[in-house]
Ligand binder design. Structure first.
Ligand SMILES: Cc1cc2nc3c(=O)[nH]c(=O)nc-3n(C[C@H](O)[C@H](O)[C@H](O)COP(=O)(O)O)c2cc1C
Length: 432
């Protein structure tokens, strides 16, 4: 595997000072620095929606290394719409003792640990769920029904309940996942959302569900609990959400009681253009974040493409971002905040993969998270086919456990489910 090198944004050596200033959130919680572990679906749940020892250890490692904010990806309130069978589920009957232990260990040393409230919508994993989105779809590898009015009216209350549950268990906040083509991103996107009722059509209507849910969450958790949202700057799809509409959404969110807007982009959707075709020299959403600044006073987290300390420092120093979201960098080097705090610094070596199967890179990073959680040295191999096979096998083995724990009426069996959807955006939404 060859490490990547590059020039451009953040190429100069920088004093790390700006990255280690505290960040007060509107709710009153103060983040201890400007480094966030961005949400990653770590695939370390026990297959029944509960946490494992490896998962607790993983979040503890990031907390020990000094991340100010750490976000557990894809935590589901409704097991029918999970992204994968390795997701956590915060629902009645959840293993509260272990969840509370995860909350405690992932918050070590003053890290604020958020759960990302997921709902995969049309992209719910078919072997364990019932994909449903804003509008019915019948595409190769992606079939779903449209949500009914009753479904939509129930959602704000359901999300609010999950957020309140997270708070009771000791988590430090929630992030509403409205990016990457999952349910709320589907609603925002004119491509997925073809509804003609009050949740479809104009941008004001497409945003309605997100606003109703954020409002319900805030009412449920009170004024002093961090509530963030992850949004796409663009879907990177022809006919999808574009930057101008995304800026209008940010302007509308300014009036809502939120603590952080986490900017990302891209969509897990069959046929999406490979974002490896994009120019990827430096962080991806800096220019968009600068435009977003004029639309809101809510703190901005910018996630995607940060590979060097100098890039992160520059984004904070120049005011494009209040906090930097790192996903792959913290999978490559879980001790990165400590390293970046030291005078010498040191950046992770990003592997440069030869083109592999769709979903291979996501699988590779996910398996790396498993190794970190198990305190193993990750295999130094770039075999994306092997990574994908191991990742899919593990998920297949979890399916019977999940369906036993969460029986779902009318659910497809493994045999009649369509070919499981795999992301084609070069490896994962938000990154090439
Ligand atoms: C293995 C893996 C899993 C991810 N899972 C999620 C997720 O559950 N929720 C989410 O919002 N983003 C998820 N992402 C996207 C990251 O949060 C981030 O937006 C993206 O990787 C770009 O940041 P990076 O360049 O620092 O990796 C995932 C990324 C990776 C690598």
């Amino acid at each position: 595997m060859e490490p990547e090198t590059r020039r451009g944004y953040g190429a100069q050596m920088k004093n790390p000072g700006p990255l280690f200033q505290p960040l007060p959130l509107p709710c009153g919680v103060v983040l201890k620095n400007r480094i966030a572990k961005a949400a990653m679906s770590d695939s370390l749940g026990d297959g029944r929606g509960g946490p494992t020892a490896a998962q607790m250890r993983l979040y503890e490692r990031w907390a020990d290394a000094g991340v100010a904010l750490s976000i557990i990806g894809e935590v589901q309130g409704d097991p029918r719409f999970a992204e994968k069978p390795g997701n956590l589920v915060l629902a009645p009957g959840a293993d509260e003792m272990r969840l509370a232990e995860l909350a405690r260990r992932g918050s070590a040393g003053g890290t604020t640990l958020l759960v990302q409230l997921g709902h995969a919508g049309a992209l719910a994993h078919p072997p364990i769920g019932t994909p449903k989105g804003p509008s019915a779809l019948d595409l190769p590898g992606l079939t779903c029904a449209a949500m009914t009015r009753q479904d939509l009216e129930a959602l704000p209350g359901q999300f609010a309940q999950t957020a309140a549950h997270a708070r009771r268990l000791g988590f430090g906040g929630v992030e509403l996942h409205a990016a990457h083509g999952f349910l709320l991103s589907q609603f925002l996107s004119p491509l997925f959302n073809r509804r003609t009722d009050r949740w479809g059509g104009s941008l004001a209507n497409r945003m309605r569900l997100v606003l109703e849910i954020t409002d319900a969450i805030r009412k449920a958790v009170g004024p002093h609990f961090p509530v963030a949202i992850k949004l796409n700057a663009t879907d990177q799809l022809e006919g999808g959400l574009d930057e101008d509409e995304a800026l209008d959404i940010i302007a509308a969110l300014d009036a809502v009681d939120l603590d952080l807007i986490d900017i990302s982009g891209g969509t897990y959707f069959p046929g999406a253009p490979a974002s490896s075709d994009r120019k990827t020299n430096g962080p991806y959403f800096i220019d968009f974040a600068k435009r977003a600044r004029s639309k809101t006073t809510i703190p901005l987290m910018v996630t995607g493409g940060f590979k060097r300390r100098s890039e992160a420092v520059e984004a904070v120093e120049w005011g494009a971002a209040d906090i930097i979201g790192l996903a792959r960098a913290l999978a490559l080097d879980p001790a990165l905040p400590r390293r970046w705090h030291s005078a010498d610094g040191g950046d992770p070596e990003f592997p440069r993969f030869t083109p592999g199967p769709e979903g291979g890179i996501t699988a590779w990073y996910t398996l790396r998270l498993t190794a970190l959680g198990e305190d193993r040295t990750p295999d130094d191999t770039d075999d994306l086919h092997a990574a994908l096979a191991a990742y899919e096998t593990r998920d297949r083995e979890r399916v019977p456990h999940w369906t036993q724990r969460f029986p779902i009426q009318g659910q497809r069996t493994l045999e009649d489910a369509p070919v499981p959807f795999v992301p084609v955006v070069g490896g994962g939404a938000g990154w090439p």
